[in-house]
Ligand binder design. Structure first.
Ligand SMILES: Nc1ncnc2c1ncn2[C@@H]1O[C@H](COP(=O)(O)OP(=O)(O)OP(=O)(O)O)[C@@H](O)[C@H]1O
Length: 356
C-alpha cells in the first residue's frame, strides 16, 4: 500500500476481509482524510470504486468526538437524496471510523472552479438548483448543514452535484418540535452569515441560505464576495452589503441571477430568501426544464415530508420546556439547547486560494 495511507496492517486486513482496499488520498479536512477505495463485494464479486473518509478520534478534539461526530453519523444514515452523497457503509475499529461513500469522480466544486474558471450561468443554474434541492430536503427533515461551501459540493462523472460532509450538521428542532437556534459557530468563515459572526444564537437554516449565496457568487465570479480574515471587518462588509460582481462578468450575467444573489447575501434574516423562493425564482425559471422535479428528486422530497409528519406526530407534548427559554430579536421565539456551548469552530485558513 502507498505511503500516503495512515492505516495499520491490521486495519488493512480488517478492511480487505470486507472487500475494501484503500489506495490513494483524495482530500483532507480538519479531522478526516478521504481515500479512493476499490470495493469487491465478498458475496457476489461485484466491484465498485468508492471514497472512504477516515476519522481518527484520537487526533480530534473532545467536543468533535462527543458532539459533532455522533451527529454526523446519525444524520448520514438517515439521508437518501439524489444530490446528497450516498453512504455505502460505516464502520468503526478502535479509534477510527471508516465512512464508505460514493466516489465523486470530478472532485469538489472549488477544485473545479480553480481549474476551469468561473462557471457559465447555464451550468451554474443546474448545479445551484441541485445544491438547493439537497438543502430543501435537509431543511424539510429539520436538519441544517451548517458547513455549506464549494469544497462540500462534489461532482460526479456525469457532472451532477452531490452534497457531502455533514460534520457540522444538526437537527434544528428539539424533542418538543420547537425550533432551536445554534450558538456553536461552525463552518468556514468566508461562508458564515453575518448573524453568526455577530456571535448571537442564530437560525441555522437561515444561515445555510447565506452560505448558498456565497457558493452562487463563487461559481459565477471565481472569487469570494467577502474576503477578510478579520471577523469585525468581514462583518462590516457583509452588513453594509459591500460586495459586487467582478468587472469581468458583471455585464455578462443576467439581471435574474444578480437579483437572486442579492436576496441570498441579505444581512437581514427576515428578508433573506428561503429555499422555496430560490426554487421559484425567475433565474431558475429561465431554464424551463429545471422547474420540474425529476422522479428521484420528487420521491426524496416526499420521503422527507413524510418523515417530518411522523416525527411531528411522535413529539412529546407533556414534558415541560427547558427552563432557559429565551426571546430573541428574530422572527420566532426560540429554545436554546442546553448542551450547546459557545465554541468557535471556524476554519480560518483555506488551503486553496483564488488567483484573481
Ligand atoms: N466521495 C468523495 N469523492 C471524491 N472526493 C471526496 C469525497 N469525499 C470527500 N472528498 C474530498 O475530500 C475533501 C475532504 O472531505 P470532507 O469535506 O468530507 O472532510 P472534512 O474533514 O469533513 O472536511 P472539512 O474540515 O472541510 O469540514 C473534500 O473537499 C473532497 O475534495
Amino acid at each position: 500500500m502507498s505511503k500516503d495511507l495512515d492505516t495499520t496492517a491490521s486495519e488493512e486486513l480488517a478492511l480487505s476481509s470486507r472487500g475494501y482496499r484503500l489506495y490513494k488520498k483524495l482530500g483532507e479536512g480538519s479531522y478526516a482524510k478521504v481515500y479512493l477505495t476499490d470495493y469487491k463485494n465478498p458475496k457476489d464479486g461485484k466491484t465498485a470504486q468508492l471514497a472512504c473518509k477516515i476519522i481518527d478520534v484520537s487526533k480530534a478534539p473532545k467536543d468533535f468526538v462527543k458532539k459533532f461526530l455522533p451527529r454526523e453519523l446519525d444524520i448520514l444514515i438517515k439521508l437518501n437524496h439524489p444530490h446528497i452523497i450516498h453512504i455505502q457503509n460505516i464502520f468503526q475499529r478502535r479509534n477510527k471510523y471508516f465512512i464508505f461513500m460514493r466516489f465523486a469522480e470530478n472532485g469538489d466544486l472549488l477544485e473545479f472552479i480553480l481549474k476551469k474558471g468561473a462557471v457559465s450561468e447555464a451550468q451554474a443554474r443546474v448545479w445551484f438548483r441541485q445544491i438547493v434541492l439537497a438543502v430543501q430536503y435537509l431543511h424539510e427533515m429539520d436538519i441544517a448543514h451548517r458547513d455549506l461551501k464549494c469544497e462540500n459540493a462534489l461532482i460526479t462523472a456525469n457532472y451532477n452535484i452531490k452534497l457531502a460532509d455533514f460534520g457540522f450538521a444538526r437537527y434544528v428542532v428539539d424533542s418538543h418540535g420547537k425550533k432551536v437556534t445554534s450558538d456553536t459557530y461552525c463552518g468556514s468563515l468566508s461562508y458564515a452569515a453575518p448573524e453568526i459572526l455577530r456571535g448571537i444564537p442564530y437560525h441555522p437554516k437561515i444561515a445555510d441560505m447565506w452560505s448558498i449565496g456565497v457558493i452562487l457568487y463563487i461559481m459565477l465570479n471565481k472569487a469570494m464576495p467577502f474576503d477578510d480574515g478579520n471577523i469585525k471587518r468581514l462583518y462590516e462588509q457583509q452588513t453594509n452589503k459591500r460586495w459586487r460582481f467582478r468587472a469581468k462578468v458583471i455585464d455578462l450575467l443576467s439581471e435574474q441571477v444578480k437579483k437572486l444573489t442579492t436576496h441570498l447575501l441579505e444581512p437581514d434574516i427576515n428578508k433573506r430568501w428561503k429555499v422555496e423562493q430560490v426554487l421559484n425564482s425567475d433565474w431558475i425559471a429561465m431554464d424551463a426544464r429545471l422547474l420540474e422535479l425529476t422522479p428521484p428528486e420528487q420521491y426524496a422530497l416526499q420521503c422527507a415530508q413524510e418523515e417530518k409528519k411522523k416525527n411531528q406526530a411522535g413529539i412529546k407534548t407533556t414534558t415541560p420546556l427547558p427552563k432557559n427559554k429565551k426571546k430573541l430579536d428574530s422572527i420566532e421565539d426560540i429554545n436554546i439547547v442546553e448542551d450547546e456551548k459557545i465554541y468557535v469552530y471556524f476554519v480560518l485558513y483555506t488551503h486553496r486560494q483564488f488567483i484573481k
